[in-house]
Design a protein around this ligand. Structure first.
Ligand code: SAM
Length: 286
């Protein structure tokens, strides 16, 4: 018996329910309940909050969240094989865990949970960045979620928290840090998972700011940043040709040298550029 919740150890759960890891579903399980409890503590007190967990698998992180006092957890799992194991977890924590079988990309958490909602997940690698991009680009800001605590491959985590002037700095860094505080809360070696992945992992913690750091239209910002980093080795006057018109004038009105490259421009500069393009496009006859 496990000391934390009276449920069997995860290795036994996996054996009993035949949960051999499937690569196609990004399955690398966390089996150490002390570790999952540590991850569950990163967002802070969850007792009066709701938690959305994507991909609970055999339930290690889910058990960590519930043992640490999360008031209500909604867990979305694509692999039907995991449902009986998750039903046992739900029975051990009556009324606190709801499990939905399905693809997290298709489920609207607000149909099931009331804010404040903390999102905590050891994400499947194949949909991790897609989900993060969606959570960072809601229709209105602040978003419905109160924090994101997400496990990624370390390389992706580094890209989310990257500073200007570094190789890792790019679209993800601008998207994440324009409207959130983002930090790496925990680093984990491959051996922390079963089976061990090829690379290290890290947990990123993001908290939304009440307002963006710098004003800009989200879609325009996303467009200029995508264009700038799509050809990150080129000078911006060339990389941003697709903006049309006098690109050098746009850049200089945003305080950016036309000879700079995307990775040298801080978020403030991209926001200024997005505003300059929006202003230009609003003017008649341009
Ligand atoms: N949370 C568990 C843990 O920490 O041990 C499992 C993490 S494992 C990296 C990713 C989990 O996400 C797997 O259980 C997998 O079946 C599930 N998954 C993969 N794609 C999914 C999707 N699109 N929607 C929901 N769950 C998904």
């Amino acid at each position: 018996m496990s000391a934390i919740d009276g449920l069997p150890p995860l290795r036994e759960v996996i054996r009993t329910h035949g949960l051999a890891a499937k690569k196609s579903l990004g399955q690398n399980f966390l089996l150490d309940l002390n570790l999952t409890a540590r991850i569950a503590r990163i967002p802070g007190d969850l007792s009066s909050a709701s938690v959305l967990e994507v991909g609970p698998g055999p339930g290690g992180l889910t058990r960590g969240l519930l043992a640490e006092g999360a008031g209500r957890v909604l867990a979305i799992e694509k692999d039907a094989r995991c449902l009986p194991a998750l039903a046992d977890v739900a029975a051990a924590y009556p009324g606190r865990l709801e499990v939905i079988e399905g693809d997290a990309l298709d489920v609207d958490p607000l149909a099931h949970l009331a804010p404040p909602i903390h999102i905590v997940a050891n994400l499947p690698y194949n949909v991790g960045t897609e989900l993060l991009t969606r959570w960072l680009s809601p229709a209105s800001w602040p978003p419905y979620w109160a924090s994101l605590t997400l496990m990624f491959q370390q390389e992706v985590a580094e890209r989310i928290v990257a500073r200007p002037g570094t190789k890792a700095y790019g679209r993800l860094a601008v998207l994440a840090q324009w409207r959130c505080d983002a930090r790496i809360a925990l680093r984990l070696p491959p051996g922390a998972f079963t089976p061990p992945p090829k690379v290290s992992s890290a947990v990123v913690h993001l908290r939304p700011l009440a307002e963006p750091r710098y004003p800009a239209d989200p879609e325009m910002l996303s467009r200029v940043v995508a264009m700038a980093f799509n050809q990150r080795r080129k000078m911006l006057r060339a990389a941003l040709k697709g903006l049309g018109g006098d690109v050098e004038a746009l850049l200089s009105s945003a305080g950016i040298q036309p000879t700079e490259r995307a990775e040298q421009v801080p978020i403030e500069g991209f926001a200024a550029l997005a505003r300059a393009v929006s202003d230009r496009d609003r003017l008649p006859g341009t």
